[in-house]
Each structure stands twice: as C-alpha cells, then as structure tokens.
Write a protein that binds this ligand. Structure first.
Ligand code: SF4
Ligand code: SF4
Length: 326
C-alpha cells in the first residue's frame, strides 16, 4: 500500500493527520525505557496519528466543559486508531495502537504528558520525526493545519513504507515575535525570557510540575498527595472529612469517567497559539479575544527580551477562571 492509500483509510476512520517514521530512527533519539524496540522488533514502522480539537472547544469558556470535551476527543482518536488497526489487519498487515497519554512507568517520568495533555513527550517527538510539525515554545507539537490543537496517538506496524522527513523550519514564532502561550500560562510554566535573537532551541522548555498543577488538577500527582494525607490522618473526624471530600469525588470522577481528561484541565497554551489554519475561526470567539485583555506586553533589557504575564495573579498560585474547576 502507498502512504496516500493509508492516509485515505485513516481519514475514513476519523484520523486527520498521519506521519510515518521508523522505530529504528526513534530508538536512536528516545530514552531506553520508551524506545519502540522495547515494544516489538517485528513492527518496524511507527505511525503518528492526529485528530484535531474542534474549534468549539476553544470557543468555550467553562473549564470543566472544555476538559470533558477534550477527554472525548482523546477517546474518539483512540477508537479511530483501533479501527484503522482492524482495517490494516483485514489487508493482512499487523498494527498495534499506542495510547496517546502513555506514561513512562519505567523511567518514572510522570510529567511527560504536560502540557495540556496533548500526548506524551515521546509521541510528540515521534510526531516531529514523522514530519507532522515542530515543537512550540513549551514543547507542545505545532502542526501547519491545526497549530497545537491536536491530540496524538501512535501505531507500530509492519507496513512497507518510507519514512517521512522532519520539517526543515520551526513553526513556532518564538518568544521575541510571539510568546502568547507564555503570557497566558496560569502556572508561569513556559519560559518568558530569552536573549535577543537567540534560536528557539536555546530557550524552549516547560516546568512540567508547574504545568501539572493546572493541567492535571486531579491527575496522578494529586491522587498520590490526597491519599497520602488520608492514610496519615489519625483523627477519625478529620479522616472521615477527607474521605468524604470533593477532592475524593473529583479524583474518582477523573479516573473513572473523564480518564484522558485528567490531563487536560488547562489548555490555554493550545488556544492562544496563532499557528494553524484553524486559528482564524478560533479568534473570532469573544473568549479568545479576551485572552490578552491589555495585549501582549514585553520588555527589553540589555540583551534580553521578557514577556509579561497577562494575569500576574497566576504567578502567586491563583487559578484563573477558565482553568478547570474539576
Ligand atoms: S497554559 Fe496550561 S497547559 Fe499550557 S503550559 Fe501553562 S499550565 Fe500547562
Ligand atoms: S503561542 Fe507563539 S510562542 Fe507559543 S508556541 Fe505558539 S507560536 Fe510559539
């Protein structure tokens, strides 16, 4: 089968973008615990599948509604990927689906699913290698078609196709020419300062723990912290109150109902990014027009440029209205 035929099959299953790379290439770039060869040496082609996030999610304001809608898109993508695996199997190929938000349990990298629950860092790096896009200022994947407003899934197969090549140029405009994601980040988790003229690769990054406070308010870390405090509680009244608390309910809800939504509590960086053909429709929404109420503010001092936070309260640890309430 040709790559075009495979992409057409994927489109029929509900997958918007497909990139191809090889497990051999990824093995050379990824930490040992997440190398594809650890999964199978018999499936040499690594496909990265993407589904765009509907514009309506960006146009909404309520954090909980956005979080739930995002969880549904993740689920739809995983089901579409499973559908594609069955179609390939009917054509006598083998395929295994790799979930979007895989955690590296061996490497204990529980923060690799930040920012915004787009996909694990390893899938985002695979997407770059497969030519789907490039990394943004905070290591989210940017695509030409949908900017960062995509979720990703992986698939290993024994299809016989050539790898795609990574894009030659960065899609991210960089901190000096943009920095919008850094200005609106409620956790102040995205770099806000760089040397004038410095290449993006020199300062791109993310404070994953600061991001997780907002993007995973009831995720793995919150689960461990909450139940640690329950198990350490000696006073029976306090113990009862902790067990009956809304935190316990929200943790259960995120695990049992929202699931992938446990990683998508905040997605502000995805929504303000001007990259992508969908951005024009997104910014028409009044909510998006209020992202930077006084515009993007930056300061130049000596050889450095700094972006000012749109909501300085965020740096004092207060959550903004739009971030999920759970
Ligand atoms: S905007 Fe939200 S999801 Fe993005 S980096 Fe900041 S806290 Fe994380
Ligand atoms: S918002 Fe601007 S700085 Fe941030 S990732 Fe997008 S293009 Fe890059």
């Amino acid at each position: 089968m040709t790559k075009e035929e495979i992409r057409a099959l994927a489109k029929n299953c509900g997958i918007d973008l497909v990139g191809f790379t090889t497990c051999e290439r990824l093995d050379q770039k990824l930490p040992e615990s997440v190398r594809p060869s650890q999964i199978s040496e018999y499936l040499p082609v690594f496909m990265v599948l993407a589904r765009h996030i509907p514009v309506g999610i960006s146009a909404a304001a309520d954090g909980s509604a956005k979080q739930m809608a995002a969880a549904i898109v993740h689920r739809v993508l995983e089901e579409a990927a499973a559908g594609l695996a069955y179609v390939l199997e009917e054509k006598e190929y083998l395929a295994v689906v790799l979930p979007s938000l895989t955690m590296d349990f061996k490497g204990r990298d529980e923060l690799s699913n930040t920012p915004a629950g787009q996909a694990s860092l390893y899938l985002r790096l695979a997407a770059v290698e497969a030519g789907l896009g490039t990394l943004g200022l905070n290591n989210m994947l940017l695509t030409r078609e949908f900017g960062p407003r995509v979720y990703l899934c992986g698939m290993m197969t024994n299809l016989e196709v050539e790898a795609d090549e990574p894009l030659q140029n960065e899609l991210c405009l960089g901190l000096e020419d943009c920095g919008r994601c850094a200005a609106v980040c409620p956790g102040d988790a995205i770099p806000r300062q760089s040397r004038l003229g410095a290449p993006l690769a020199d300062y791109r990054g993310l404070d994953g723990r600061a991001c997780a406070t907002y993007s995973q308010p009831h995720g793995v870390g919150a689960f461990v912290d909450h139940f640690r405090s329950v198990f350490r509680q000696d006073d029976p009244t306090e113990l009862r109150s902790k067990i009956d608390s809304s935190d316990t309910s929200l943790l259960w809800y995120n695990m049992a109902v929202l699931r992938q939504g446990a990683f998508t509590g905040c997605s502000r960086c995805l929504q303000v990014c001007p990259i992508g053909n969908d951005y024009e429709s997104i910014q028409i929404s009044p909510h998006r027009q209020r992202d930077l109420p006084v515009g993007l503010r930056s300061q130049i001092s000596g050889e450095n440029v700094s972006i000012l936070l749109s909501n300085p309260a965020a740096s004092r640890g207060h959550k903004t209205d739009e971030v999920s309430k759970g």
